[in-house]
Design a protein around this ligand. Structure first.
Ligand SMILES: [Zn+2]
Length: 370
């Protein structure tokens, strides 16, 4: 097999999309290729938390024509490029210097292999589960197929990502029955005659598929199904996802005092300062949400966690949690600096040494501590 030595921007986008599907990003997010031509060969990749002037300078000096970052730019949409604000100047400069910009934001946050999961791993949490599972991400897919073609259609669906739950794959329910149809003029029926009703022994296959894989699953189903018009139904279900959502909750290897827990956080995440709410008990069950996680405080309490590691917490939220939950605000940047290594691992696994990849060294936390 030939070894691939040239990668295009589109290849890098695809590699990250496979790890953190862009289709899972929140509707307000702007993850994906933001600036650049997907067909350009990649000369080098700079990995950063933010797409900012420092990252751009560094990319230019390191001869990288792609920046892969966690936080996107252009959230609100750009209507003109006149250099009238920092965002416009950044985009203009990236274009002038031939630098493509790619971001993987909430798709990385919500992945069970993503930012919060990595933070949990760094703290040594075990028995982890998603803290705030997506509740509209699962669909039931039912397909009717002639008995002899059932295995072929099932394999195609499973290869396309259907039928996965927890640590189980290839999940479905099968039942048999009789399908009937009448082919009209112009049809090319696989079985039966034009103008007469046909009955066929068929299997009904029920399986589940996440929202972001529906399109692939339907394409695979239609390609594998022998009928001109395969019959299938897709409908939303109220089950929550076990692998997609914000945050992680799990258990420390042993209980820690609040002070020891804070020390562990400070060392692990290189924090200059940690804001926290008072808590008098010991801490073993810990909830985590990287970045701004204040909206999941209630989920952290419900999960039985004694501590919640996140950022961007407001004054009254600390007060409300006193002696109920030890909120630890370790800082937004501190909680997400790990994304650089996460992206690096994903990329180097696929592109080996064929494209130079650098972790940004010049980019700093925009929040300063006095
Ligand atoms: Zn963030």
């Amino acid at each position: 097999m030939a070894t691939k030595t040239e990668f295009r921007i589109s290849d890098i986008c695809r590699i990250i999309d496979e790890a953190f599907p862009l289709a899972t990003q929140d509707s307000w997010d702007n993850s994906g290729l933001l600036v650049g031509n997907a067909d350009e060969p990649v000369t080098g990749i700079l990995i950063a938390v933010d797409i900012d002037a420092a990252a751009l300078d560094e990319a230019i000096s390191k001869k990288c024509n792609l920046i892969v970052a966690h936080h996107p730019i252009m959230f609100r949409g750009l209507k003109r490029l006149t250099g009238s604000n920092a965002e416009q100047r950044l985009v203009e400069r990236a274009i002038r210097n031939g630098i493509s910009l790619f971001a993987a934001h909430t798709c990385a946050d919500k992945s069970c292999r993503g930012t919060s999961a990595r933070l949990a791993q760094m703290l040594g949490l075990t028995d982890t589960r998603v803290l705030a599972p997506d509740d509209d991400s699962l669909f039931k897919l039912t397909v009717y197929v002639p008995n002899d073609y059932a295995d072929r259609v099932k394999d195609a669906l499973f290869d396309a990502g259907a039928g996965h739950t927890g640590n189980y794959s290839h999940c479905c329910f099968e039942s048999t029955g009789t399908g009937s149809f009448r082919a009209l003029d112009g049809a090319r029926p696989f079985v039966g005659e034009i103008g007469s009703t046909h009955h066929e022994a068929e299997m009904r296959i029920d399986t589940i598929v996440p929202r972001y894989k529906i399109r692939n699953a339907i394409s695979a189903l239609c390609a594998a199904h022998p009928y001109e018009e395969p019959a299938y139904d897709i409908y939303p279900i109220a089950n929550t996802s076990d692998s997609l959502g914000y945050g992680i909750v799990g258990n420390l290897p042993k209980p820690l005092s609040p002070t020891d827990f804070l020390s562990a956080l400070r060392t692990t995440f290189n924090c200059k300062s940690i804001r926290y709410s008072e808590y008098s008990g010991t801490i073993q069950r810990v909830a985590i949400c990287t970045g701004s996680g204040s909206e999941f405080i209630g989920k952290a309490i419900q999960s039985g966690a004694q501590a919640y590691v996140t950022a961007d917490i407001k004054y009254h939220q600390f007060a409300d949690c006193t002696n109920t939950l030890m909120i630890t605000d370790i800082g937004h940047y501190e909680s997400e600096e790990l994304t650089k290594k996460l992206f690096m691992e994903i990329l180097t696994e696929k592109i080996c040494n064929f494209v130079p990849c650098f972790l940004s060294e010049t980019q700093n936390n925009p929040v300063k501590y006095f």
